[in-house]
Design a protein around this ligand. Structure first.
Ligand code: UDX
Length: 425
C-alpha cells in the first residue's frame, strides 16, 4: 500500500519503519525540517532500540510537503502529539491543524483513508476530526473518504517489538470500507483485530493506560505500608500477581510512573469525564498519589541524614524508565528540584538522558559513570533501573563520604551490594 505517516515522533517513526519493512511504500511527513533531513540521511532523531537499523534497511522517504505525501498515498496515519493543557485536559491543536491540512487536500482526491493514531479523548473523531475534514474538503466521510481511529500501545524502549508483536489491534471505524483497508494492512500480525466504533477505540487506549497507572499506584500504596511494617513489597506483590486474575505485570512499586503517556492520559481522562459530568474519583487520586510518591524518597533521605543543606547527593538514573533518553515527566526532574530547594548539591549520571536533563538543570554536576557520581557523596538515590546499575558492586560505593544508598526502583543485587534500602522495601 502507499502510505503517508504524518508526525515523526516515536509513534510515527516506529509505525513508518515497521510498515516499510512489510514492503509498503511509506512517506513520513513532518513540519520539522531538521528531523526530515535526519530521517532522509537514515539517522534516527530519537533514541529507540533497533529504530536506526530499521531506518537504514528501509526505503522510506521523509518530506515537509504534505501535498506530495498525499498525492503519493492512499492512506495516511496521523501521529501528531496531543499534549496536556494547564488543567490536564487534552490539547488537540496539532490534531485540528493536521485535519484542516488533510481536509484541504482531500478536495482533489478520490477515496482516501485517514487513520488517527494520536491519543485522543473519546468523541474526538466524531465531534472534531470528521466535521473539520468534511468542512475543509466539501466531501462526505464514509462516502468520499474514510476515517479510522487506531490507538497505539507502544512502550518506549520496546516500541518496535510491541508494533510487531501486538496483543491486539483496535480498529475504530467510522465506515466499513476504511476499516477493511486497515484490517488488510494489519492482517500479517498474529493477534486479534477488534473492529469497533471510533469512540470505543479512543476510550480503550485511555482505559488501558489508566488501569496500568492504577495498578502501579496500588502497588505503591501497599509498598508504603510495607515500609512501615519493615517488609519488602516485592515479596507481597509476587504473591498477589500469581493470581492470574491479577497478573504480575505493572505491580512494581517505587517512585511511581512518569513518561509521556501515563501522567498525561490519566489527567486527560479525568478532564474529559468532568466535561461529561462525571467525577473520576479513583483516577484523580491516582494522579495525586503518584505526585506524592516521588517525594517520599526525599523524605526518607532527610530521615536518614537530616538537613540536606550543602550535602552532595549522587543521583543514578534520570530517564523516566530504562532504555530511553526520555525525561518527560520523569520523577528525577521533580526530585532534583526538591533537593535543590533544600540546598543539596547534585552529582548525576545516566547512560542516555544527561543531554536532555542539561537543558533543565545546567548547574548540576554530570558524571562520566556511576562510580564518578558517587565520589564523596553524602548519599545516593537510584531513580532508574538501568541494567548497568544492576551490576554495581559493593566497592563501587566505597568512595562515598557516607554510605547511604536508597533505591527508588528495585535495581541493586543484594548479593553484590550490602546496606541499601528501597523506598518501599
Ligand atoms: C506506556 C504504555 O505502556 C503503552 O502501552 C502506551 O501506549 C504508552 O505509554 P511507556 O510510557 O513507554 O508506555 O512506559 P511503560 O513501560 O508503560 O512505563 C510507564 C511508567 O510506569 C514508567 O515510569 C515506569 O517506570 C513506571 N512503572 C511501570 C512502574 O512504576 N511500575 C511498573 O510496574 C511498571
Amino acid at each position: 500500500m502507499k502510505l503517508a505517516i504524518i508526525g515523526s515522533g516515536y509513534v510515527g517513526l516506529v509505525t513508518a519503519t515497521c510498515l516499510a519493512k512489510q514492503g509498503h511504500d511509506v512517506i513520513c511527513v513532518d513540519i520539522d525540517e531538521k528531523r526530515v533531513e535526519m530521517i532522509n540521511k537514515k539517522e534516527s532523531p530519537i533514541f529507540e532500540p533497533r529504530l536506526k537499523e530499521y531506518l537504514e534497511e528501509s526505503n522510506l522517504k521523509a518530506t515537509v510537503d504534505l501535498d506530495y505525501a498525499m498525492e503519493n498515498s492512499d492512506v495516511c496515519f496521523v501521529c501528531v502529539p496531543t499534549p496536556s493543557n494547564e488543567d490536564g485536559s487534552v490539547n488537540l491543536d496539532y490534531v485540528k491543524n493536521v485535519s484542516i491540512a488533510i481536509g484541504e487536500r482531500l478536495a482533489n482526491k478520490g477515496y482516501y483513508t485517514i487513520v488517527v493514531k494520536s491519543t485522543i479523548v473519546p468523541g474526538t473523531s466524531d465531534e472534531t476530526i470528521i466535521p473539520i475534514l468534511e468542512r475543509e474538503s466539501g466531501k462526505k466521510a464514509g462516502e468520499d473518504f474514510g476515517v479510522c481511529m487506531n490507538p497505539e500501545f507502544l512502550r518506549e524502549g520496546h516500541a518496535i517489538h510491541d508494533f510487531e508483536n501486538p496483543n491486539r489491534i483496535v480498529i475504530g471505524e467510522h465506515d466499513k470500507r476504511s476499516g477493511d483497508i486497515l484490517a488488510e494492512l494489519y492482517s500479517v500480525y498474529n493477534c486479534p483485530i477488534i473492529r469497533t466504533s471510533t469512540k470505543t477505540a479512543e476510550l480503550s487506549k485511555y482505559a488501558s493506560n489508566a488501569l496500568l497507572a492504577t495498578k502501579i499506584t496500588f502497588a505503591n500504596e501497599i509498598g508504603n505500608l510495607c515500609k512501615k511494617l519493615g517488609i519488602d513489597v516485592y515479596d507481597v506483590m509476587k504473591i498477589v500477581g500469581m493470581d492470574n486474575r491479577v497478573s504480575e505485570k505493572f505491580l512494581n512499586a517505587g517512585i511511581g510512573f512518569g513518561g509521556s503517556c501515563f501522567p498525561k492520559d490519566v489527567a486527560a481522562l479525568v478532564a474529559r469525564s468532568k466535561e461529561l459530568g462525571h467525577e473520576a474519583k479513583v483516577l484523580s487520586q491516582v494522579i495525586n498519589s503518584n505526585k506524592e510518591q516521588r517525594m517520599k524518597i526525599v523524605e526518607l533521605l532527610e530521615n536518614k541524614i537530616g538537613s540536606l543543606e550543602g550535602k552532595k547527593i549522587a543521583i543514578l538514573g534520570l530517564s523516566f524508565k530504562p532504555d530511553t533518553d526520555d525525561i518527560r515527566d520523569a520523577p528525577s526532574v521533580d526530585i532534583i528540584k526538591k533537593l535543590q530547594e533544600k540546598g543539596a548539591k547534585i552529582s548525576a549520571y545516566d547512560p542516555k538522558a544527561m543531554d536532555n536533563v542539561k537543558k533543565i538543570f545546567n548547574e548540576i554536576d554530570y558524571a562520566q559513570n556511576a562510580q564518578n557520581a558517587l565520589e564523596e557523596a553524602d548519599a545516593c538515590l537510584i531513580l532508574t533501573e538501568w541494567n548497568e546499575f544492576k551490576d554495581l558492586k559493593d566497592n563501587d560505593f566505597n568512595s562515598m563520604k557516607n554510605r547511604i544508598i536508597i533505591e527508588g526502583r528495585k535495581v541493586l543485587n543484594p548479593e553484590n551490594v550490602k546496606d541499601f534500602e528501597g523506598i518501599c522495601w
